[in-house]
Design a protein around this ligand. Structure first.
Ligand code: GRF
Length: 202
């Protein structure tokens, strides 16, 4: 299947998906990488792998609605079978959900519904949880609120700070994301309201 990956940061999840290309059984290929901002390491990761990149910056548009339309159109150019939000730090609006709803997944470094939003690792640490983790969900119109596809727990250790905890989560997150994307590519993804199933329609 044709994957489009959305990034805003270091791109370690993107790198994990690119590494999976080496597995002939993976069943998916990254055909394009889009970002909302230039100059991030994830774009270098894509370029080093020869993957086309597109940056659609909010500041280049008169308003958010115009940016939303432009972002959806930029994704459509790649005819994605699946869009993977891998550390993408914007909430896409109706234009993307209308075109790709049910075919967009997101990885989040917390056990949703706990600690949604841009600081899930920091919030879990601040709360004092002993176990956190990562979640792969299907995007819906909310923030990290869509149906859950996969989760895995990660322990919080004494002395953890946001960086050490996030790195421990990312080791698990990269594996969970690659597994989920591979299964969707091979078996399909069927979403019905709050229920998302990888595999043939029930
Ligand atoms: C990931 O943990 C993702 O879940 C979170 O930000 C991190 C991005 O990491 N939103 P990277 O850019 O894929 O290295």
């Amino acid at each position: 299947g044709r994957l489009v990956v959305l990034v805003s940061g270091t791109g370690s999840n993107l790198a994990a998906l690119l590494d999976a290309h080496d597995d002939p059984a993976f069943g998916a290929r990254v055909v394009g990488v889009l970002s909302d901002r230039p100059g991030i390491r994830a774009l270098d990761v894509a370029r080093d792998a020869g993957i086309p990149t597109v940056v659609v910056s909010l500041k280049d548009f008169p308003d958010r609605a115009a940016w939303d339309v432009a972002f959806a159109e930029a994704m459509a150019v790649f005819s994605p079978d699946l869009v993977v939000h891998a550390g993408f730090m914007k909430i896409l609006g109706a234009p993307s959900l209308e075109r790709f709803g049910g075919r967009m997944i997101n990885t989040h470094p917390a056990l949703l519904p706990s600690f949604p939003g841009a600081h899930g690792v920091r919030d879990a640490l601040a709360y004092g949880v002993k176990v956190t983790g990562c979640s792969v969900i299907v995007l819906d119109a909310g923030v990290d609120s869509g149906p859950i596809l996969a989760q895995e727990a990660v322990p919080v250790l004494d002395g953890d700070d946001e960086a050490t905890l996030h790195e421990r989560i990312k080791v698990v997150e990269r594996r969970l994301l690659v597994e989920s994307v591979g299964r969707i590519a091979r078996e399909g993804l069927h979403v019905d309201g709050r229920t998302a199933v990888i595999g043939p329609p029930a």
